[in-house]
Design a protein around this ligand. Sequence first.
Ligand SMILES: *[C@@H]1O[C@H](CO)[C@@H](O)[C@H](O)[C@H]1NC(C)=O
Ligand SMILES: *[C@@H]1O[C@H](CO)[C@@H](O)[C@H](O)[C@H]1NC(C)=O
Ligand SMILES: *[C@@H]1O[C@H](CO)[C@@H](O)[C@H](O)[C@H]1NC(C)=O
Length: 650
Amino acid sequence: MYVGMQGDRKMGRARKIIFFSLLWSSCLALEGGMLTPKESRSREIKELNGVWKFRADFSKNRNTGFEQRWFTKSLSESGPVIDMPVPASFNDITQDPRLRDFIGWVWYEKEVWVPQRWTAVDSGQRVVLRVGSAHYNSIAWVNGAQVTQHEGGHLPFEADITRLVHSNPSQPCRITIAVNNTLSLHTLPPGSIQYMSDETKYPAGYFVQNTNFDFFNYAGLHRPVLLYTTPKAYIDDITVTTDFADSTGVVNYVVSIKGSSNPSVTVALSDKEGSVVATASGPAGMLKVVDVNLWWPYLMHENPGYLYSLEVHMTAKSGSSQYEDYYTVPVGIRTVRVTSHQFLINSKPFYFHGVNKHEDSDIRGKGLDWPLIVKDFNLLQWLGANSFRTSHYPYAEEILDMCDRLGIVVIDECPGVGIKDIRSFGNESLAHHLIVMEELVRRDKNRPSVVMWSVANEPNAELAPADYYFKSVITRTKSLDPTRPVTFVSNSNFNRDKGAPYVDVICVNSYFSWYHDPGHLEVIQIQLNTQFEDWYKKYQKPIIQSEYGADVVPGLHSDPPMMFTEEYQKIVLQEYHAVFDRKRKEYVVGELIWNFADFMTAQSTTRVVGNKKGIFSRQRQPKTGAFILRDRYWKLANETRRLPLAARYP
Ligand SMILES: *[C@@H]1O[C@H](CO)[C@@H](O)[C@H](O)[C@H]1NC(C)=O
Ligand SMILES: *[C@@H]1O[C@H](CO)[C@@H](O)[C@H](O)[C@H]1NC(C)=O
Ligand SMILES: *[C@@H]1O[C@H](CO)[C@@H](O)[C@H](O)[C@H]1NC(C)=O
């Protein structure tokens, strides 16, 4: 059973954590850190968002771009290019159905002037190219030279391009990025390409991409692309863990420096008003905060999402040069712990009343969209939601920043969705899954909002190799981060699920009266009750209902209720809620509706222009279910809050 770092409430334990993080860093697969790019006294950022040149490689083998070396010259010299916005999915930008459904390599290009103060030989600057995410497999070139290759659609990657930008400062810098959205049995999520060889039915060379997940496989440069600088000796990574005892907070930190063998490091922790409350020096240490303001979830406390900031300052000499670097991390002081029937944040029982989401919007697909992000947080607050799961892949750092600040609690899920084929449980898949978990933990480890890792959604966990597979992924994730519980989301039979013995919290999806017994609302309560009892009796672990819901085509009505109408969704929700209200007194610790909003899927006979299980439409207008949940969530908030709240129910 998982025991959080607050387990024995001894400050000495914090030192152990530092020791462990140093120990584990020696067996990591990844080189270096992946700090969110941020400006500071020593760092600058140049965003490359906007319109890029774009060309999809429609050739039969999708390989002409490599055969003709499109990266060696301006993309427009290779053939016709079109305008493509970044960040965005390319799929819905044009009127061409071949591009919407394209599978294979697409090519992006942007020319950019790099400021002289970055490129001067004596500038003492490193210049880094960073891609927030690109789906799925990417190769980047700068002025024709390959600088990086990355596999995986939802996590950042970067390349040090200092030498290349220094070598020709009188020319603009040409950045070419090729992205391939093909999914195989060993990618996350997995997929397979099916060639249709019957030429009486399909054109020559015809193939389709098959997947086992229920959302559109949007692709492209989905998150910001940027250049940033650091000094040549620089802060490469920072790891923060927190604890508290009575009114004293503890912040343990480990800083890793690159480019100097002999750096000196100081850190200063400031409160919200900017007053320094603790300082330390050295690459690792512990800060104590008297009269600590803990980080609390939204609606649990009148001051949710309290963040300190940890400013790290490095000074280093290298030859005759002196380098200084500054980087600031937000720090929320809180603890997470799981018992046999509770999920504790700051030692208080926490009940997840929240949602599952998607990064999905009209036109932009999965591209980062600021108006949508802010609108969604306004809707979450209107709803009284205190949490969400990043179903079914890691979301943008920009979104998690808001969660940290607002106190929205996050179950951080990796793209392990639709792992169904037995060939996706082999060692090649496993090796990639371990790297993805390491990339995810490396990116999000310092975030107070992230309280649990989810390593998969609805895998075929009843297959024999699922035992070794999930044992390996979960054990590795716990060793990467000993401070957070780990789960995966199951829809398997409770008795045959081979991964469940390894999780800290049982997360179950079920769709009674929808995929099972469609139309029979009267069986929901009995079946849901059985579900909870079965899982709890077998595992004695807290349970989250990680999905439930029903499709609604907005505006469809019927009484008595029928599937796809507003009335049907309303009754499904109410029937589930009646059971939640009995079981949350025992061991059910959360409910996450499927889904926050309607979203696009592949075309199929069961989908009407996408999945309609949202309580909001894709345009973010409420269905009847939204009002049911809003009423419920604010009542739950009233029951579980720690301190009197000003009447917040608007
Ligand atoms: C790129 O796409 C093509 C077409 O689906 C596929 O055959 C090829 O294996 C892909 N390459 C990579 C590296 O994903
Ligand atoms: C995967 O690797 C483990 C450990 O090396 C080994 O025991 C197992 O046989 C391998 N599985 C397959 C399917 O190759
Ligand atoms: C929550 O509590 C406040 C203050 O006691 C009360 O005014 C409000 O009606 C309650 N809201 C709900 C939804 O129960």
